[in-house]
Design a protein around this ligand. Structure first.
Ligand code: SF4
Ligand code: SF4
Length: 225
């Protein structure tokens, strides 16, 4: 899922203080699960942002709403609850949601309340770790199901760097070395021959270096552009 973190309050205040009436719009999907941008967090933020101490003049008037998925144009279009007089929306969705809402309500300013951080998985409740960078050309079949792009601090493709120490990454000793994990996983799978495969260079074009990526649903396994 997509993980996002609430922006620092002073940054949010600086971006909304010029408006008179702001709709704080939660998103009911990923950011609800990671407790940063759901309806409940929208109400909490509304309470905090309404405090006069954050402003030199009067605070804006706030309303709260939520859309199940702000990244889906249909769901955004169905949402007909923008209160009259709203002169800005503070979206608590990921960057994709913020932009979808901004397109739908153009020219109403739509301001991000979150920093979208990573695609993560949860190993235990309330903890998420980055697992994938959406490179568009997945190599997990060759790396024992462990992503070298997201989980190696240097996104290396041909085994560990010289700094790998006792299974830990030199960048952060608390982080397991991804290539150490890959080695032992492949060993347990009797597939260590895979680690000898040399990646001359990865084709990064599917990672988005050729402009925004698109997908059109046509049929199973079909439709990437
Ligand atoms: S190899 Fe690419 S697609 Fe596969 S998990 Fe890693 S970043 Fe994601
Ligand atoms: S120690 Fe391992 S995880 Fe860290 S940068 Fe080097 S190869 Fe990557």
């Amino acid at each position: 899922m997509i993980v996002g973190d609430l922006k620092p309050l002073p940054e949010i205040v600086a971006t909304i203080k010029e408006y008179k009436q702001v709709l704080i719009l939660g998103c009911g999907s990923c950011v609800t699960v990671c407790l940063s941008g759901g309806e409940k967090e929208a109400h909490q933020l509304c309470h905090e942002l309404s405090q006069i101490r954050h402003y030199e003049g009067s605070p804006p008037k706030f309303e709260v709403g939520a859309i199940l998925r702000q990244c889906e144009q249909d769901l955004v279009a169905e949402y007909q609850k923008i209160p009259e007089g709203t002169d800005a929306i503070l979206s608590l969705a990921c960057g994709a949601g913020v932009q979808t809402v901004a397109d739908a309500y153009d020219p109403l300013p739509v301001i991000p309340g979150l920093n979208t951080t990573f695609l993560g998985a949860s190993a235990k409740p309330g903890n998420w770790t980055e697992m994938c960078q959406g490179c568009g050309d997945c190599v997990l079949a060759f790396t024992g199901g462990i992503c070298p792009v997201a989980r190696c601090s240097k996104s290396l493709f041909n085994g560990p760097c010289g700094g790998s120490q006792n299974g830990s990454c030199e960048v952060d000793p608390e982080t397991p070395c991804a290539w150490s994990l890959i080695y032992y996983r492949l060993k347990r799978q009797n597939k260590l021959h895979l680690i000898k495969q040399l990646w001359v260079s990865k084709d990064w074009r599917p990672a988005g270096s050729s402009g925004p990526r698109k997908r059109v649903r046509i049929g199973l396994g079909d439709g990437n552009k």
